[in-house]
Design a protein around this ligand. Structure first.
Ligand code: PGA
Length: 245
C-alpha cells in the first residue's frame, strides 16, 4: 500500500507559543506520528521554534516564499532563509488575497525548484469557474507554468478546489477522481516516466477526521493538504490515526 502524506498547512492560525505547544504534544506521541509521512507548514516566524522543539523525524515546510532569493525585499521571506524540506506555492489564498498571478507563481516555482526544498503547487477552480464549466481550462492554465523538464526533481500538485477550502463543502470522490485523472493525463503529456515517478498528487479542501476515510479511497490521491483541522492538535491526531500504514 502506498504511504499517504499528510501536509499540515497551519496558515496564520498558530502563534509561536501555540506552535510550540502543538509540537510538544506531537513529541509526546512518538509512536503514532513518527510512523506517518507528515510535513508541517508553520508560519514563517515560527519555523525556527518548530525545528528546535520537534524531536520526531517529520518534515518542515514554508507556506510560501519570495520569488527572489536575496536582496532589498522588505517584509518578504527567501526560500533560503532557513533550511526546510518543502514549500507551498500558488495557494488560492496567495492567488486571491495577494493577487499573485501565474507569472509570479511561475517565478516562485522556479526559485523553489532551484533550492533544496520540494514544491507543492496548488491549483483549483473557484465556484464561479466550476459553475461556468471552466474547471479544466483553469487547471490547464495553472499547470501551464510547469517547467519543460523536471530533471527528476520531486514535485507535488495539490488539487484544491477553492470552493472546498474552509467551507466544509467537500467534492465527491467521483469528482476528485475525475479531476486528478485529468491532471495526471496532462502531466503524462508533459513528462517522461522518470519524471512522473517523482510527482505526487494531493487533495486539499475541508479535509477532516470525518471525511478522510472516504477520501482516502480515491486511488490517485498520494496525500492531503489540510488547513484548519491540521492546526488543532486533537483534530489532527484524529486524522492521522485514520491513515492506515
Ligand atoms: P482547509 O484548507 O483544510 O481549512 O479547507 C485547506 C488549504 O487551504 O490548503
Amino acid at each position: 500500500m502506498k504511504k499517504i502524506t499528510i501536509a499540515a498547512n497551519w496558515k496564520m492560525y498558530l502563534d509561536e507559543l501555540g506552535s510550540i505547544d502543538f509540537i510538544n504534544k506531537l513529541n509526546a506521541e512518538k509512536e503514532l506520528f513518527s510512523s506517518h509521512d507528515i510535513i508541517i507548514f508553520p508560519s514563517h516566524a515560527c519555523i525556527r521554534s518548530v525545528k528546535d522543539y520537534l524531536k520526531l523525524d517529520l518534515k518542515i515546510g514554508m507556506q510560501d516564499c519570495d520569488l527572489h532569493k536575496k536582496g532589498a525585499y522588505t517584509g518578504s521571506t527567501s526560500i533560503n532563509s532557513i533550511r526546510i524540506d518543502s514549500c507551498i506555492v500558488g495557494h488560492s489564498e496567495r492567488r486571491l488575497v495577494y493577487e499573485e498571478n501565474n507569472d509570479i507563481i511561475a517565478e516562485k516555482l522556479k526559485t523553489i525548484l532551484s533550492s533544496e526544498a520540494d514544491p507543492i503547487l496548488c491549483i483549483g477552480e473557484t465556484l464561479e469557474q466550476k459553475d461556468s464549466n471552466l474547471t479544466k481550462s483553469i487547471i490547464d492554465n495553472q499547470l501551464s507554468i510547469l517547467p519543460k523538464d523536471l530533471h527528476q526533481q520531486n514535485l507535488t500538485i495539490a488539487y484544491e478546489p477553492v470552493w472546498a477550502i474552509g467551507s466544509g463543502d467537500v467534492p465527491t470522490n467521483k469528482y476528485i477522481h475525475e479531476m486528478l485523472s485529468y491532471i495526471k493525463n496532462r502531466l503524462k503529456s508533459l513528462y517522461s516516466t522518470a519524471d512522473l515517478d517523482n510527482i505526487k498528487l494531493f487533495y486539499g479542501g475541508s479535509v477532516n477526521a470525518n471525511n478522510i476515510n472516504e477520501l482516502i479511497s480515491v486511488e490517485l490521491i498520494d496525500g492531503f493538504l489540510i488547513g484548519s483541522a491540521s492546526a488543532n492538535f486533537e483534530k489532527f491526531k484524529d486524522i492521522v490515526k485514520q491513515i492506515k500504514l
